[in-house]
Design a protein around this ligand. Sequence first.
Ligand code: HEC
Length: 446
Amino acid sequence: MLVAVVLFSTCGEEKQYTYNQDIAPIIHQNCVPCHREAGAAPFSLTSFKQVNRKKNTILKVTQSGYMPPWPADRNYSHFIGEKYLTQDQKQAIKLWIEQGAPEGEGSPPPVPEYSKVSRIGEPDTTIWFDSIFVPGKNKDLFLIVTLPIELREDKYIRALEFVPNKNNLVHHMNGHLLNYDPALKKSVYEGIRVMNIEVDSASYRRQFDSLMLYHDDKSYPDRIHSAINYLPGVEASIYPEGIGGFTMSRKAMLVANDMHFGPTPKGKWDHSHLNIFYSDDPPKRPVRETMLGTNGVSKIEPPLVIPPNTIREFHTSQYVDQDISVLTVNPHMHLLGKSFKAYAIDPAGDTIRLIHIPKWDFRWQYFYTFKTMVKIPEGSVIHVEAVYDNTANNPDNPYDPPQLVKERTDRGGEGMRTTDEMLQFIITWLPYQEGDENTSLEYSGD
Ligand code: HEC
């Protein structure tokens, strides 16, 4: 390829780009993981026809960096599965379209194949969510959805995997796992399965009641907070042997406390499922989770109140009281988010970079997994700096004209809406062990 470019340019002629030769390989590698049948994106880009039909938007979103979606700054820190086009790839797409987007001779390389069942292997059990009707109208829909789980016995879990329905409606979902004490919970099947966050936001308590999430005596079950985090293109978090995993009670409930369906013009049914992967052994190093900010361990300063027509920065920080190894980081804000930065300052005063998101996009909130664990020594302080844009220049501003927007927590019994704001930084971590900083978190299958 490179040789061809050099030859052409020495002849003074511009290289002719074709779909089959130059563009298909780029699309297959960087777009098809999501843009395929039963993939996470709303349309496929697996053929010349499909790509050609969308070429103008493709030009726009690839040059702007919106696609492939990866809001984290790659000059700041690195993670597994980074999605990006090189400058040369962007240029090739641009020139190809400018040259009339020809298909070219021959045929493109074969389209990569993906399993419809699972991205990470053969699940031990699959449980289906109730069918959910998503009523078109091109509006985002945010639901709380529960999935009762009843097993013959308690199980060690290696991983949970959320698999969206082939209509690709689910944009993201975060699931907590409630582990019931079987003696205190007669049935996990009572209670309603689906609730609209916006409509029912007035009474979070009532939601908990209607969903019947308590034990029968109204005590709270054990909760594994981020048992599962799904976002298009993110495979389930399954770590190398010996890291992660948890125990699941034989009576359990997966609570998708924020299931986001993207806008769709026509009403459609969603029928997603959960794959469960067992482990023979108890978890050796179960992953822990700490949440800074809203509902979390650290205070936001100043309090998260964003007056209309302002851009404001907020800060939160947390002292680290033991040596830890960080596996993933997850910045969380809502629609007014503008930028986000998190880092630690160690006792020697050195900076340990965690993540920088220069241009916040609420649609793409990954749990970013480091390639190897990041050690933060005891005595460090984790700092978060978050900027919010409550002006009319923010295209995602839910209010026109802008209005005062405040933090809502789930403690006041008021519930949360996407039009309220949050500032959270979730880190998953392990107590540090010698060699962690060299342990790859990339799952290679075993
Ligand atoms: C991680 C999954 C993922 C990858 C990888 C990905 N996309 Fe997307 N893409 C989506 C989703 C989901 C949407 C719809 C929601 C949205 O726009 O955020 C989308 C939307 C789009 C749109 C429509 C945007 C609009 O404004 O209507 C285009 C065009 C597009 N993608 C092209 C691409 C191209 C080209 C690539 C590869 C260079 C790519 N995508 C890679 C998931 C992905």
